[in-house]
Design a protein around this ligand. Structure first.
Ligand code: PHE
Ligand code: ZN
Length: 900
């Protein structure tokens, strides 16, 4: 690969095996900011000492886009040089005495369009330092294993910036001449610089005082812009619930007197766990029933939880280097998933959450793991660390932690966490350290027994395939299940060793009744789900005392992040869908039935059939819809067909238009065949009383919304105007955003003539609500394509006065919705979608490389495409790659994409 970059010198990959400890430690940092959007002055006084474990050498401090004015060593001027972006001090005293280093720089927050470092959003100052943004604020050892104590003084105009926030405790504030004021903050905890934050602007806060189990008092604050106070209650409630949960589940209390969340409309990611001063994308803070959907409410709960849980997993114990990113992210995603599940009262709601999480894993992470950017949960190298905030690090990382819990049990997992903190609190450590603590706390567990092999989940990329084959021996009354694993090569890893795969399973008889499980050597049968641990390439398990051939229910609860290959008959799948005690596998059986029909129609010769679905499938869906014991949320999941992206992943050669046409045909048939059932479902789920974003209400609204879409789809072909009229009425009368948006979406998705009117009404109703306008853009950009109508609409949306490419949420709402979430609209035979993509990647890269590089990944799977798409996609990627001054971020993505 050639990754040379002229502008900022050569770009080289960073390798995990090259890690060395820092040559200096920074013990204290005293930062003073004179905040000004045009030119902010930063005085950085550090106390350093040499690391005695490392050979004496020059001090090399990272810096980026800074103007350096002064460097003092122990109060006196000194010689220094610049080496690329590094400030190099070669003549520091050689003794062990601490060194006082003073560095004075300026930067230009208003010109900071990357949103990394110190920037201005709607007149307010924010910082973003993870992963390597602190170097855009001052010269520093910008690496997570250098942990220091921070004192921060902020000075700014008092009228324009009345609120001045940083990490820790406010120790002093007061006025200054010329209408300025100051605030001084001291963080009681040592931290790596990526957790530094400051905020300065006109903000208001919702406040809540809480008392912990141990009796300590804390102040919780959610800061927003003045008009947004009425959208902060849910975030605050989520924060309180997070504090309570972490203390109850893991004995991890809030370790700060004050914990702040601040919302900004301009943010590259979801949110950031800066110590005591979380900074959030407004999307994951602001919600009330009039502006936010049930999905928004659920996302806020989990992101608030996620960032709060980082306070221990990430902040108290952090990463030694960025290759260990999943140490904090995988673990913290696992914790936020578990938290959201624990907030569900009903087991069925827990199952729904699990299904949703697995759906993300399978539609986003599995493709990543099979594509050009595939990397292990603990990568071995990167060019740009920003490109490694991936679904593999986060979601697959969480599955690896989940498997550990499966192998040691829930109590054992809590014991492992306890040992992890006993050993490593205050340290910067590795994924190995975490796994070792888990194993050592559970010495008799399968995890301890298999630890080196288990850790292949950290080192080997790619999604393993697990093949299951059963043979029933009537004479011996035994059933032998053979499990075989394989994992395809991924970039840089031609051969894979077997993984440790926990397989939770049960056996059902022909009536769907759960059978007792008894391996040949067991004296007693066991009832319920049992977890078997596969460690070899292939292993057989023989179950005895069986009167007839059982149906295996495998990988219950999705007990490992693998592709399960089993040759079920339709009858077996219908049985599992109807009877399995494991709700995940019930849903999975329905998905397999639908997928099978989709693949048949896709692979058949000739035109797309009108009726890809058969009577048995339709009857099964009808039974689920009317089932008296299943709840609405689960029904909605079962009745949702596998996505076009998921279907594409099952094929070696992908014709996106054929997939789109087949899936649309299936949906129309499901709508049409179950017409009266959908009408029943809508009528019985449409009224839900006062809005509460709880699982029951959420599920009922989701099913009502789905029913309405189905009814409008049928109306489109039948010419019926009654249901579109009802949808329009519901859109106008809705008492909450979920119902209103679902009704709007039903009209848009079904291509109803009323959609245009509803869209313009919606826009004028919410023109001042940026997050709602994002939804308005996204709905149109992700609408099902009909004869290529979406791209022209997308071009118009870009020309809309409310469109603003510089705001990441707005850019995502149009461009990502189209390029990444609308395969039928994007993969056009005339290649116009790819041309649009390449133009937007290049345009975005001019000012925000992180967002550009994410968009660049929309064509990751181009090699699977059928012609003419494949050649056109390659050309579009090559066009981007040919641009001479690309960012490292985009260059790394397109270079890997084009590599063989
Ligand atoms: N660490 C943040 C999180 O997981 C994500 C993030 C990464 C935010 C980089 C900003 C920049 O929650
Ligand atoms: Zn995180």
């Amino acid at each position: 690969m050639s990754l040379l970059r002229e502008a900022n010198g050569p770009t080289t990959a960073v390798r995990r095996e090259d890690y060395t400890a820092p040559a200096y430690w920074i013990d204290t940092v005293d930062l003073s900011f004179d905040l000004d959007p045009i030119k902010t002055r930063v005085l950085n006084k550090m106390r350093l000492r040499r690391n005695p474990d490392v050979a004496a050498q020059a001090l090399r401090l990272d810096g980026e886009d800074l103007n350096l004015a002064r460097v003092l060593v122990n109060g006196a001027g000194c010689s220094f040089k610049m080496d690329g972006n590094q400030l190099v001090l070669e003549n520091l005293p050689l003794d062990d005495a601490p060194i006082d280093l003073e560095i004075f720089t300026t930067c230009a927050p208003e010109k900071n369009t990357q949103l990394m470092g110190l920037y201005v959003s709607q007149g307010t100052f924010f910082t973003q330092c993870e992963a390597e943004g602190f170097r855009r604020i001052t010269y520093f050892l910008d690496r997570p294993d250098v942990m220091a104590s921070y004192t921060v003084t902020l000075r700014a105009d008092k009228k324009r910036y009345p609120v001045l926030l940083s990490n820790g405790n406010l120790v002093e504030e007061g006025t200054l001449p010329d209408g300025r004021h100051f605030a001084k903050w001291v963080d009681p905890h040592k931290k790596p610089c990526y957790l530094f934050a400051l905020v300065a602007g006109e903000l208001v806060a919702r406040e809540q005082r809480i008392t912990s189990r141990s009796g300590s008092e804390h102040l919780l604050q959610v800061y927003v812009r003045p008009g947004d106070m009425d959208k902060t209650e849910h975030a605050m409630n989520s924060l309180i619930a997070s504090v309570v949960w972490d203390e109850a589940r893991f004995g991890l209390p809030l370790d700060l007197e004050r914990f702040m969340i601040v919302a900004t409309a301009d943010f590259n990611m979801g949110a950031m766990e800066n110590k005591g001063l979380n900074i959030f994308n407004t999307k994951y803070v602001l919600a009330n029933s009039a502006t936010a959907t049930d999905t928004d409410f659920a996302n806020i709960e989990s992101v608030v939880g996620h960032e709060y849980f980082h306070n221990w997993t990430g902040n108290r114990i952090t990463c030694r280097d960025w290759f260990q990113l999943s140490l904090k992210e995988g673990l913290t995603v696992f914790r936020d998933q578990d938290f959201s599940m624990d907030l569900c009262a009903e087991p069925s709601a827990r199952a729904v959450k699990r299904i949703e999480d697995v759906r993300v894993l399978r539609t986003a992470q599995f493709p990543e793991d099979a594509g050009p950017m595939a990397h292990p949960v603990r990568p071995d190298s990167y060019v740009e660390i920003n490109n490694f905030y991936t679904v593999t690090i986060y979601e697959k990382g969480a599955e690896v932690v989940r498997m550990m819990q499966t192998l040691v049990g829930r109590t054992g997992f809590a014991a492992g966490m306890k040992l992890y903190f006993a050993r490593h609190d205050g340290q910067a450590v590795t994924c190995d350290d975490f796994a070792q603590a888990m194993a050592d706390a559970n010495p008799l567990s399968d995890l301890a027994r298999l630890l080196p092999q288990f850790k292949r989940w950290y080192s080997q990329a790619g999604t393993p395939h697990l093949r299951a084959e059963g043979v029933f021996d009537a004479a011996a009354r035994s059933y032998t299940l053979t499990l075989t694993q394989r994992c395809d090569p991924s970039p840089g890893q031609p051969v894979k060793q077997p993984f440790v795969i926990p397989v939770a399973l049960g056996l059902l008889d022909a009536n769907g009744t759960e059978l007792p499980l008894q391996l040949a050597h067991w004296s007693q049968p066991e009832t319920g789900t049992r977890t078997f641990v596969l460690t070899e390439a292939s292993e057989s398990f023989t179950f005895v005392n069986l009167d007839s051939e059982p149906v295996p229910s495998l990988l219950r609860g999705f007990s490992a992040p693998v592709v399960l290959d089993v040759d079920y008959s339709d009858a077996q799948l219908l049985g599992l869908l109807a009877h399995d005690i494991d709700p995940f596998n019930r849903w999975e059986a329905g998905q397999r039935l639908a997928l099978r029909r989709a693949l048949q129609a896709i692979q058949a010769q000739g035109p797309v059939p009108n009726d890809p679905l058969d009577a048995a499938y339709l009857a099964a869906m009808q039974a689920v819809l009317h089932h008296p014991a299943l709840d609405a949320a689960f029904k909605e999941l079962v009745l949702t067909l596998p996505s076009e992206t998921y279907i594409a992943e099952q094929l070696d050669v992908v014709d996106p238009q054929r997939i789109h046409a087949v899936r649309e045909a299936m949906r129309e048939q499901l709508a049409h065949a179950l017409h009266s059932d959908w009408a029943w479902a809508f009528e019985t789920h449409k009224n839900n009383g006062a809005y509460r974003p709880d699982p029951i209400g959420t599920g009922r609204r989701a099913l009502a919304g789905m029913a309405l879409t189905m009814l409008c789809l049928t109306a489109r072909s039948s010419g019926d105007t009654v249901w579109p009229g009802k949808a329009y009425q519901r859109f106008k009368d809705a008492g909450n955003m979920t119902d209103r948006f679902n009704a709007l979406s039903a009209l848009v998705v079904s291509g109803q003539p009323l959609a245009q009117d509803a869209l313009s009404r919606f826009h004028s109703m919410f023109r001042h609500e940026a997050l709602v306008i994002d939804k308005w853009f996204a709905l149109q950009a992700s609408a099902p394509d009909r004869d290529g109508n979406v791209l022209p609409a997308v071009h118009q949306l870009l020309a809309h006065p409310d469109f603003n490419l510089r705001n990441p949420n707005r850019a995502r709402s149009v461009i990502f919705s189209y390029c990444s979430a609308n395969p039928g609209g994007f993969h056009r035979p005339d290649a116009a979608g790819y041309k649009f993509w390449s133009e937007r990647v290049i345009e975005l890269d001019g000012f925000n490389p992180q967002v550009a590089a994410r968009l660049a990944r929309a064509l990751d799977r181009w090699k699977k495409l059928d012609e003419p798409y494949r050649s056109a996609a390659r050309e579009a990627i090559a066009r981007v790659a040919a641009k001479p001054d690309l960012s490292n971020d985009v260059r790394e993505v397109v270079t890997r994409s084009l590599a063989d």
